[in-house]
Design a protein around this ligand. Sequence first.
Ligand code: SF4
Length: 303
Amino acid sequence: MTADSVIIQQAPTATELPATVRASLSPSRAADFKTCPLLYRFRSIDRLPEQPSVEQARGTLVHAVLERLFDLPSAARTPQAAGDLVTGQWDRLVTEQSELAGLFPEAGPSVAEFLRSASALLDGYFAVEDPRRLEPAERESLISAVVDDELLIRGYLDRLDVAPDGALRVVDYKTGGAPREAFESRALFQLKFYALVLWRTRGVVPRVLRLLYLKDAEVCDYAPDAEELVRFERTVVALWRAIEQATAARDFRPRPSRLCDWCSHQAHCPSFGGTPPPFPEPPATPDPQRDARSAPAPPGADE
Ligand code: SF4
């Protein structure tokens, strides 16, 4: 990081970005590169399509319900009210995202079971939090900051709570059923990313980064500190430099791991006998406005 990192209070439009900014990075894409450089290439440069899985669609639906739940007056935020939102939110998502509609081409037991499974995750939410006692400051908000003069870092917060003394708590809902150990470091990387943006834009290090695992009804709290975030910022900038070098060299290598089980691109991956498509020329430039939260989360990433 440079001492004079540019600070942006809200997600900027492309025209509002400082002229020095020439790249953007979301926590999902940064984590992709850390996990497997070739996965980053497939998603960010080749932009290969990914059909959302049922699990990802369930995550998208549960996030939507939890966002809408807080539109209700606090006393009305009951498990019953959350359950009542499920079908309407699914109908809305299917209308807005055609790729979700393809998951269940016909109404029937599979859709009903899917909606029931979403309600079960909401039960997990109510086991760890009482939303009647909460008044989130922000939900599903896009935050961003420019670091190192040239790099826009941004991402969507599930929820931000602000205490009366100004303390910040970043909350992220995790809905996946994947083994915890396979994803926890990735999830914490994502939360530290948000913490860094908040620190750089508001001058406050979040007191708590909270992961809510809805399937297991468990809470994982992490307290970052400023020194750690300074180091983390260096890590993010170094990661971006590594992405730039890999792009210049057209060299993105596969890094097989347990996460391959959740990768949509095994057919193109040399580690699975596949061949990557020709490298796009010129390489696609990651778009600061891409990765909108309205799209389903990519496999194994943000749920
Ligand atoms: S299958 Fe594994 S090694 Fe291959 S691109 Fe996907 S994550 Fe990387």
